[in-house]
Design a protein around this ligand. Structure first.
Ligand code: FEO
Length: 398
């Protein structure tokens, strides 16, 4: 169902209550998501901004046809061409072939690569305007690597100023309400941070530059309309400021301990280290996660806002656990800055895990504070006391 945002802007997207995984199985979306598309009716031009994911293409085009005679759409603006936004473009352009598709040069290359069609592309760059009539226009702002090279934002100077930001400022958060002031703010902000941590964190320098560039334009801003989740209507500047905070080596006073375990020895070490940290730094939040049992993207979000992490695994076949290996690979991709780390783990005979994990933590950009701690077999009371002492010493090294 279409939903009115302003007198001349209608949400024509798709709310996906079922979505539990995104980017294949890379990203969990426990609260679903939405693919937001917007129909903007100017005085002389009607523009569609973005489409929806492919599985909903027919539903999207059918509902759009109920909202408007498709032949009256003068232009389609594709702000970013990942499949969750471009997936219904083929179906739509079968109905209205020849409609101009406005996108960046990289956007055209991606659309050609994904769909192999010679559509009526109109390449745009920062500052280019699409005249909507009545003295109003849509201005394009390239935002490369937020989070793909093709990404751009679009600023509408009507209705008090509206920024269409595509993935930027989005959340995987399904809701019947369209606006941030009508949903559970705590849940929604959890999803906004998870989205940033898991999708935008690798591009923090670009986020800082682009957000500062937009702030310097001093544009009136009534709404921010992202392509996922709710629209920022109440205090839209708040998410802009939050992005600056998140993009600047964000860390709370939290230490996160992540481990895997086979027969509980490494778990006992994790809990003893946590006790030591708690004793040395009672004000610091300490959280413990079993990487094999907890949601990987929730753990990565915890790592994103931690000042330090400890990663543990038993030694298995001269290496370490599958769950820890996967998590470290994902953490490396996040390009996190100014976070400390160390490794730990139990072993029976060879005992390489902690050393290998330390090397991967360093490769992922963490400041590894020492060689970590290892315990043979199952830790006895002396070994647990050593782990507690290690937790205390870890705090002192931060
Ligand atoms: Fe929501 Fe990068 O696509």
């Amino acid at each position: 169902m279409s939903k009115k945002i302003t007198d001349n802007i209608t949400w024509v997207g798709k709310t996906d209550w079922e979505l539990k995984m995104f980017h294949g199985n890379e990203l969990s979306t426990r609260r679903g998501s939405s693919y937001n598309a917007y129909l903007l009716r100017g005085a002389s031009k009607t523009v569609l901004l973005d489409t929806v994911w492919g599985p909903y293409d027919r539903e999207f085009v059918a509902r759009l046809a109920q909202e408007i005679d498709l032949a009256k759409i003068d232009a389609i603006v594709m702000q970013h061409n990942e499949s969750d936004h471009s997936g219904a473009l083929s179906e739509l352009l079968r109905a209205i072939p020849g409609t101009p598709v406005y996108c960046t040069a990289k956007g055209e290359a991606i659309l050609r690569g994904l769909y192999h069609q010679d559509w009526n592309f109109v390449k745009v760059k920062t500052g280019d305007k699409l005249d909507l009539g009545g003295g109003q226009s849509l201005t394009f702002i390239e935002a490369p690597m937020l989070h793909w090279p093709d990404t751009m934002f679009s600023y509408y100077d009507g209705c008090g100023g509206i920024l269409f930001s595509n993935d930027g400022f989005g959340q995987h958060f399904a809701s019947e309400s369209l606006f941030n002031d009508e949903v559970d703010a705590a849940q929604m902000m959890e999803e906004a941070e998870k989205y940033f941590a898991n999708i935008l964190a690798p591009f923090c320098p670009m986020v800082m530059r682009k957000v500062n560039e937009i702030l310097a334009m001093n544009l009136p801003l009534k709404l921010i309309c992202p392509s996922h989740g709710v629209i920022w209507r109440r205090d839209p500047e708040s998410i802009v400021k939050k992005y600056l905070e998140w993009a600047n080596a964000y860390a709370k006073d939290q230490i996160t301990i992540v481990y895997d375990t086979m027969w509980n020895s490494t778990r006992l070490m994790a809990e003893a280290i946590a006790r030591g940290i708690g004793a040395a730094a009672p004000g610091t939040t300490v959280k413990i996660f079993n990487a094999a049992k907890e949601d990987k993207n929730d753990i990565l979000t915890e790592i994103f806002h931690s000042k330090a992490i400890l990663v543990g695994s038993p030694t298995i076949n001269n290496g370490f656990s599958y769950a820890i290996a996967g998590l470290l690979e994902m953490a490396k991709g996040m390009k996190l800055k100014k976070k400390s780390a160390a490794a730990f783990g139990s072993y029976g005979w060879s005992g390489e895990a902690a050393k290998q994990i330390s090397a991967l933590l360093a490769e992922a950009g963490f400041a590894v504070v020492d060689e970590g701690i290892r315990t043979p077999w199952c830790p006895d009371s002396a070994a647990l006391a050593a782990c507690e002492e290690y937790g205390r010493s870890f705090v002192e090294k931060l």
